[in-house]
Design a protein around this ligand. Structure first.
Ligand code: NDP
Ligand code: ZN
Length: 178
């Protein structure tokens, strides 16, 4: 059982992310609420991989706030502390770069991620592979879905050794490659 303070951090992160992503939708045909995605990461980490570090779960809930909303690093640090802020920064792409370059950098930088950031990155790729397999954007061709799987695997192959249980969950998600 988590101490009450740790529940507090996680629930505050959930409320913060829900407010920040409130007007955003995922790319699936039903345009699901964006917050379903950070919740899916937390679900994988806690309920599938047994990870209970509250700062890792909070960072997972917050992982797309800097990249996809107007949230700043300073705001995250003030509300959730230095470690959560740093984990989120580590999994945030530089939006000034072109898409192709961002994708290349994720592969190149995977080996330099901290242990906590590796867990969040793994959960993000697991949930996105499941979405691409089961509920992809309607405009995506089969080739594009397959390319996404291959790219995600190249990112994850660069950070293996972080958590064998989570890596096995990733491999099972990858096995559903269309
Ligand atoms: P992505 O290809 O990166 O889109 C996927 C991202 O969208 C995911 O990583 C996820 O990111 C988010 N997402 C939201 N909803 C879903 C969902 N239901 N299923 C899967 N992912 C979802 O970015 P873009 O769409 O901007 O495309 C740009 C890239 O795609 C370029 O690299 C380009 O080369 C390539 N491309 C390939 C084509 C092809 O036919 N092969 C055609 C056109 C572009 P998060 O977790 O951060 O939200
Ligand atoms: Zn994400």
């Amino acid at each position: 059982m988590l101490p009450p303070g740790d529940f507090g951090l996680v629930v505050r992160a959930l409320a913060f992310a829900a407010a920040k992503h409130r007007d955003q939708r995922r790319k699936d045909p039903a345009a699901s609420p964006y917050i379903n995605h950070p919740i899916a990461l937390a679900d994988v980490l806690v309920n599938e991989a047994g990870i209970t570090d509250p700062e890792v779960i909070a960072a997972a809930l917050l992982h797309d706030t800097i990249e996809d909303t107007k949230t700043t690093s300073a705001e995250l640090e003030a509300a959730f502390g230095e470690r959560v802020r740093r984990i989120v920064e580590e999994v945030t792409d530089d939006k000034d770069l072109p898409k192709e370059e961002r994708k290349r950098r994720q592969i190149e930088h995977a080996h330099a991620l901290s242990p906590a950031a590796r867990l969040v990155k793994l959960a993000d790729k697991i949930t996105n592979l499941r979405d691409v397999a089961n509920d992809p954007p309607h405009s995506w061709s089969l080739d594009r879905r397959r390319e996404y799987f291959e790219w995600a695997k190249r990112v994850i192959d660069g950070l293996r050794g972080a958590n064998p249980a989570l890596e096995a969950i990733f491999d099972r998600a990858y096995a559903a490659k269309p």
